[in-house]
Design a protein around this ligand. Structure first.
Ligand code: HEC
Length: 189
């Protein structure tokens, strides 16, 4: 267990000095506050459960920076719960892309001993692998839970959430959310 943590925490240092250095907020560590829970608590009353009240294509008419700014100011304003942690703001932006793309969404919110937990959008089939081997996943409401085999490495865990038409992939070696936020400066389309 200690080993997995050392591995997870060492990733930001390993990539320093490469062509595209990762920022600490991109390091795969669990989010303190899951984007689905945050959204439900602070945004859903106006924008609908899982963003059902947003207009179609609302992320496509904005750059990533503009969308991030809207979400940040909504969080501090109407939401009444500022998103001051960069990783949590980015996770909320990622969730908004998933909403607009009508794809499932997964996050990773805790590692307690061998037990990993996170969030998943409903009406999905959730599966997981650890180092490529199928792993049992428990689902309770909008939460997934995996008990890792002994000596398993967290960064080897991949969780999938599928609907009939799309799939979200959460790769704990890379990110704590399933959707990579586009890095393009221009509007996404
Ligand atoms: C009290 C109601 C209310 C709450 C709570 C609220 N919003 Fe909003 N939100 C609005 C209104 C009103 C608009 C403006 C619609 C417009 O002008 O396009 C808006 C606009 C937005 C937009 C732009 C949508 C578009 O069509 O481009 C985003 C994104 C957004 N809010 C995200 C959030 C997030 C994230 C939260 C939670 C932190 C949140 N909002 C909380 C009322 C609310």
């Amino acid at each position: 267990m200690m080993r997995t943590w050392v591995w997870a925490l060492s990733i930001p240092f390993l990539v320093v000095g490469t062509q595209t250095p990762a920022t600490p907020d991109k390091a795969p560590t669990p989010l303190k506050q899951g984007p689905l829970a945050y959204y439900k608590g602070h945004c859903a009353r106006c924008h609908g459960d899982l963003g059902g009240a947003y207009p179609d294509d609302f992320t496509k008419t904005k750059s990533k920076e503009d969308l991030t700014q809207v979400i940040e100011s909504m969080a501090a304003g109407q939401g009444g719960a500022p998103l001051t942690v960069t990783a949590e703001l980015e996770a909320q932006v990622a969730f908004h892309y998933a909403i607009d793309q009508k794809t499932p969404f997964l996050s990773w919110t805790s590692a307690d001993g061998n037990t990993l937990k996170g969030e998943v959008t409903p009406d999905t089939v959730v599966t997981a692998t650890v180092a490529g081997v199928d792993q049992k996943v428990e689902i309770l409401n909008r939460t997934w839970k995996i008990t890792l085999p002994a000596n398993a490495v967290i960064s080897s865990v991949v969780v999938h959430a599928k609907t009939d038409t799309s799939e979200a992939v959460l790769d704990l070696g890379k990110s704590s959310v399933s959707h990579a936020v586009p890095t393009k400066k221009t509007a996404i389309d």
